[in-house]
Design a protein around this ligand. Sequence first.
Ligand code: ADP
Length: 361
Amino acid sequence: MHALGRVEDPDLHKDLVTLGMVKGVEIDGSGVRVTVELTTPACPMKDRIRSDIEREVAAAARAEGAATPAVTVEFTAHVRSASASRKGTPLEGVAHVIAVGAGKGGVGKSPVSVNLAVGLARLGARVGLLDGDIYGPSLPTMLGLDDLRGEIRGEMLVPFEVHGIKAITIGKLVDPDKALIWRGPMAHGAFKQLITQTLWGTLDYLIVDLPPGTGDVPLTLAQLVPLSGAVIVCTPQRVAQDDARRAIRMFQQLNVEVLGVVENMSSFVGDDGKEYDLFGKDGAKTMATSMNLPFLGAIPISMELRRNADAGIPLANWDASPAVANALDGVCTRVASELSIRAARGQLVQPTLSVVSHQKG
Ligand code: ADP
C-alpha cells in the first residue's frame, strides 16, 4: 500500500490509495496481484497506471532487499453517479447523462453520438443512446433499426438493444416519411416522453443526441434531468464554429458543464496518402482553446464512416483504418476522463433554471 501510495492517477492528480481505487492486494510467494477500481472502464490511462504500479512495487521490493516480484494488475471500474437527485425517477440507474449538441446541422452530430455510445460500450461501459433529434431522427438508419419492432411494457418504452447499447428514437414511433413538425410544447412533450418513459435500467452513460441549434429540446433536457455535461460537435469551418460558440454559450447559460469540443470531418486522406483539409485546419481546436474548453479529439472524413453510418453498422468503424478507430477511441476515452475529472472535483451539480413568466391577469 505504501508503494501504491506513490502512484498517481494521471487525470485526477491524486494517488491511488487516497482516491480509494485500490480494491485488493495479494502477495503470494514471489508474486503481487493488485486490483484497481477505475472511475470508468474507458480509462485512457490504464497502461500508464499499470507500468507505474510495476515500477513502484519493484522499487519497494528493492528497498527491502527482496527480489523483484511478478506484478499482476487487474482493473475493474465503477462509474460514480454524478447526482443523487435522480432518485425515484426513471433515470435513477443512470450515472451520467451527456448531451451531444451542435450549433448547426450536418456537422455529424448524430454519427458522433452513435460512435461515442458504441465506442464507450466497446470499452466495457453500460451505455444508452437517446435520439433527441426529434425533428430529424437519423438513428433508425445509423443503428440499422429498420426491421426491428418497438416494444411497449405498461406505459414504458423498451429500448432497442443493438451494437452493445440500448437505444430509443422517435423515428421508430412515428411514420418516418412524415416530416416531424413540432410546436414548442409538443417538442417538449415528445422529448420528455422519450427520456422519462424508457426503461433504461442501469447505465454508466446515457448519450442524448440533440437537435442542432439552440431550440426547445436542449432547454427541456436541462430542465428535466441533471446533466453531467455537454459535448459540442463542430467542423473546422469558420461558419460551423460561429454556430458552435452559440451552442456552447447556451449550455453555459443553462449551467451545464461543457465537457469539450469534438472536431468532425477534420481532414481527408486521399488514395495518394495525402491529407486534404477540406474544411480548413484545426478550427475547432483553436476555438476550444480560445474558449478555455477541452479539445476532445478530431475525427477524419472517412468513406468507411459514411458507409457504415448509412448501412447501420457502427461497430464496423473499428475494423476500418486504424486512424479512424484510434480517433474514435480517443474521443470516447477523453469524454469519459473529462467526466471522471469533474466528478472527482465535485463539479457536477444539477443545473437550476429559473423561468419567469410574465402573465397578465
Ligand atoms: P448532424 O447530426 O450534425 O445533422 P448528420 O448526421 O446529418 O449530421 O451528418 C451528415 C452526414 O455526414 C451523415 O450522413 C454522416 O454519415 C456523414 N458524416 C458525418 N461525419 C462524417 C465523417 N467524419 N466522415 C464521413 N462522413 C461523415
